[in-house]
Each structure stands twice: as structure tokens, then as C-alpha cells.
Design a protein around this ligand. Structure first.
Ligand code: HEC
Ligand code: HEC
Length: 410
């Protein structure tokens, strides 16, 4: 028995070692590593921001470490970056608190209303603007024809694997709950590029992606200009095919799959995000506990549902786990707070209920970062959020502070 378990442990270690070596040997694209090391997991104790989920086996821990390296790797033009891009690494925009966090960096979306319908202006390179280019001649601009221009902040990814592991059915059930205050969330149905199936979207401000691998492929091509097996087409600068032909010098698909592991960069980044621990909650102070009561009394929890559960999952760390995300993962009509951009079945005024866990690692709030305080974030609620906002306004200064203390502890 004892020998057996030693052998198993040894095999796991060896396998993990071989995988790492093979990946390093295989890597066709040159990358620079960031100069300053990011926060690393503390040995032992409860997970902190940026740690792996607790209780992972050796293979998963190795996947987390390799994935984090990929997430932090700086891409170069010779390795496929661009021709147009918004960042050179994932961590550049996802670093608040630790690697995988949010950031105040925003990206620009544009579009226009045409005969009463939203046009994402595909032919002009919309709706996402790429802010940088490997050559100034390929530089994108917001077209003058655009009538809607919106900023979106980078969202945190802590606990994303738990959110991914919530069953579609449970999010659909949230949409069927009877709610007070004119609150009525709707699911965002999307076609998942990985499985080709209709799935419930849950990631992004518009709940535009259902899985982390799909989001990873999307981010690699749209934020960094790295084509991959799910997104094999490069973005043409403002839709200009001639400019693309001139500057797209690396053959597509740029993110090759290593035959030894069956994985490319998009898979490694997805592994990291999937295995990233949720934000660690703090012990509630007396004031924070009072704030928690207020949170439900004024019905913030009609949208910011405190807990959901994951379904069955092949990873025990993700299987039937509580997810204290403080979101119903539904789209809500937020009235004037909406950004005017349509994606999938999300209308211009629709925004996904922002998960509230880990807010204390952030300095700006709401989709475009317009709020610098939690109070301004709540006051910015409109549409379906107006009734709760007005109840918040009516709280005393002490009660408001209690609510903020709660929001900074969850
Ligand atoms: C230029 C900044 C930037 C870079 C670089 C970037 N992101 Fe993001 N990320 C964003 C923004 C902005 C959002 C919100 C997008 C939206 O909803 O429109 C986001 C959202 C996400 C989300 C959704 C999380 C959630 O729950 O809503 C994931 C997952 C993600 N990014 C992964 C990645 C990966 C993987 C990379 C590297 C390939 C990457 N990002 C690179 C800015 C960036
Ligand atoms: C109708 C649903 C709804 C209700 C009710 C609601 N919220 Fe929200 N909340 C949202 C949505 C949607 C967002 C994202 C809006 C955006 O970024 O434009 C959000 C964002 C937030 C944010 C900013 C999070 C971030 O990531 O920037 C905070 C803080 C917040 N809500 C707190 C509250 C509090 C406190 C209450 C109760 C007074 C409340 N909310 C009531 C839907 C709701």
C-alpha cells in the first residue's frame, strides 16, 4: 500500500516534470518574462488573492503554475503580437491584488445606431478598438461614423473556475425567481466556440462568454492579436484588409497546440484562471455584520445573490462547492448606466450583475470605472437598480459606513 502511494506520487511528479520540460522545449514563440515577480502563494494557510484553489492534486498545481507563467508572459511582434493589440500580456490588465485581478485599464468599444438598430461596425474593425499597433501605419482610430463610444474596465478573475462550474440550469433558475422592486434578470445565451453549444454566458460585463477557454481564445486574439484555433482570423486595422496583409507577418494560427500535451497558450491561461482561488473573505467586524443585514434589508441581494453552488465537476475542488460571488450572473436593464453597446442578446442598457467578492482589492468601480468610491458605485445604479439605490440614499451616514465595511469584507 505504502509503496503504491509512493509510486503514484513519484509518477505524478515525473509526469508534471516532463510536461513542463516539453512545453519549454516546444515553445515556438519567443517571450519576455516580466521583470518584477508577481505575488506568489504563501506556503500553507488559507488561500490569499492570487493563490490556487485549496486541495489541488500535483497535476493541477503544476497546471496552475504553468498557466500563470503564460498569463504573465510578455508577447512580442516576432511571436505574433498584433498587428493591432491592447496589451502585451494578460497580467498587464489583470493585476490588482495579485496576478489575475482587475485593473483600472479600460478598453474602448464603439458602434452606431443604424435605422434604430445597433451596428457593431464590423467593417470598421468594431466593436472593440485595438489601441496599439506594431507599426504606426496600422494604428486604429475610433471611426467618425461611430455614435456610441464606451470604456470598459478589466474585471477580476479570482474564483473564475467556480463561476464556470455553476450549472447553466442554476443561472436559468435565477431568472425565474419572482423579484420585488421591478427587478427582472435575463440570461445571456451565447454560442460557446469551444463546444459549439448554446450555453449560459457569465463572463464579461455583458456575460458574453460561457467558458474560460472561450474567453481565453477571445482575449488572445482581440487584446493581443494572437490567433488561435477558436479565433483563427486576425483583426484587420479598422477593417482594412490591405493594411492587415502588409503587417500580419506571422503565419496564422499563431498559438500552436503542443502535440505532447494537447495544449496551446490559450489552454494554459484557461487552466490558471480555472484554478485561481476565490477572493478570501475577511472575518466580519461588528460594523460589517450590521452592514450585511442592511445589504439584504434594502434588497441589494435581489441581484447580488450572495451564494450559488457549482454542479458536478471532474475536479473535486470545483465540484458542489459554494460560490460566494454576490451575483445572479444575469443581465439587468440598468437604464442610463448601460454602455449602449449590444453583444449577443445583451441590449445597450443591459449589464451583468457585477460579482462583489474581493471588492477591497479594487480602486475603481462600475463597468467604465467612473466610480472611485463604493458610495458612488451604488449611486450610479439606475434602471432596475433604482429602487435599491434610493433605499441606500435614505440610509444614515453610520449605516452607509456599515454597508461599506461589509462590502470590503466579502
Ligand atoms: C488591454 C487590457 C486587457 C488585456 C491585455 C487582457 N484583458 Fe482580460 N479583460 C479586459 C477587460 C476590459 C475585460 C472586460 C471585458 C468586457 O466585458 O467587455 C476583461 C475581462 C476578462 C475576463 C472576464 C472575467 C469576468 O468574470 O468577467 C477574462 C476571463 C479575461 N479578461 C481573461 C484575459 C486573458 C486570458 C488575457 C490574456 C490573453 C486577458 N484577459 C488580457 C482587459 C484586458
Ligand atoms: C437590479 C440589480 C441590482 C441591484 C438591485 C443592485 N445592484 Fe449593484 N450592480 C448591478 C449591476 C448590473 C452592476 C454593474 C453595473 C455597471 O458596472 O455598470 C452592479 C455594480 C455594483 C457595484 C460595483 C461593482 C464593480 O465591480 O464595479 C457595487 C459596489 C454594487 N453594485 C453594490 C450594490 C449595492 C450595495 C446594492 C444595494 C443598494 C446594489 N448594488 C443593488 C446590479 C444591481
Amino acid at each position: 500500500m505504502k509503496l503504491n502511494s509512493i509510486l503514484v506520487a513519484l509518477t505524478v511528479t515525473l509526469l508534471a516534470g516532463v510536461t513542463a520540460a516539453q512545453i519549454d522545449a516546444f515553445h515556438p514563440r519567443k517571450k519576455l518574462r516580466p521583470a518584477a515577480p508577481m505575488q506568489r502563494p504563501l506556503p500553507g494557510g488559507a488561500p490569499q488573492f492570487g493563490d490556487a484553489l485549496p486541495g489541488l492534486d500535483a497535476v493541477s498545481r503544476q497546471a496552475f503554475v504553468l498557466g500563470r507563467e503564460e498569463f504573465e508572459a510578455v508577447e512580442t511582434a516576432a511571436g505574433g503580437l498584433g498587428p493591432i493589440f491592447n496589451g502585451k500580456s494578460c497580467v498587464e490588465c489583470h493585476s490588482d491584488g495579485a496576478t489575475g485581478g482587475a485593473s483600472v485599464i479600460t478598453v474602448t468599444r464603439f458602434g452606431r445606431m443604424l435605422n434604430g438598430k445597433f451596428d457593431p461596425m464590423d467593417q470598421f474593425g468594431g466593436s472593440l478598438l485595438q489601441r496599439f499597433a506594431i507599426d504606426p501605419a496600422a494604428q486604429e482610430h475610433v471611426p467618425v461614423e461611430a455614435t456610441v463610444v464606451a470604456q470598459r474596465m478589466a474585471t477580476p478573475i479570482f474564483g473564475a473556475g467556480l463561476i464556470e462550474a455553476i450549472a447553466d440550469q442554476d443561472i436559468l433558475l435565477n431568472a425565474q425567481r419572482r423579484q420585488a422592486d421591478g427587478v427582472q434578470g435575463r440570461v445571456s445565451m451565447v454560442t460557446d466556440v469551444v463546444s459549439g453549444k448554446q450555453r449560459v454566458g457569465r463572463f464579461g460585463w455583458k456575460a458574453q462568454q460561457a467558458t474560460l477557454l472561450a474567453f481565453s481564445g477571445d482575449a488572445y486574439v482581440n487584446e493581443m492579436g494572437i490567433t488561435n484555433r477558436f479565433f483563427p482570423k486576425e483583426n484587420a486595422p479598422n477593417g482594412n484588409a490591405a493594411l492587415l496583409a502588409r503587417f500580419d507577418l506571422v503565419a496564422d494560427v499563431e498559438d500552436a497546440v503542443d502535440p505532447a500535451t494537447g495544449k496551446g497558450d490559450i489552454d494554459h491561461a484557461a487552466d490558471f484562471m480555472r484554478l485561481l482561488a476565490p477572493p478570501p473573505p475577511l472575518r466580519l467586524s461588528v460594523s460589517a455584520a450590521a452592514g450585511g443585514k442592511l445589504f439584504s434589508q434594502i434588497n441589494c441581494n435581489s441581484c447580488h445573490l450572495p451564494v450559488m453552488m457549482t454542479g458536478a465537476n471532474r475536479l473535486p475542488a470545483l465540484s458542489y462547492q459554494p460560490v460566494a460571488l454576490f451575483s445572479d450572473l444575469l443581465l439587468h436593464n440598468m437604464g442610463a448606466l448601460g454602455d449602449g453597446i449590444e453583444q449577443g442578446n445583451a441590449k445597450g442598457s443591459d449589464i451583468r450583475t457585477a460579482p462583489l467578492w474581493g471588492l477591497r482589492a479594487r480602486t475603481r468601480f462600475l463597468h467604465d470605472g467612473r466610480a472611485t468610491t463604493l458610495g458612488d458605485a451604488v449611486l450610479g445604479h439606475a434602471g432596475e437598480g433604482a429602487v435599491a439605490r434610493d433605499r441606500f440614499k435614505a440610509l444614515s451616514a453610520v449605516q452607509k459606513q456599515q454597508l461599506f465595511d461589509y462590502l470590503k469584507s466579502i
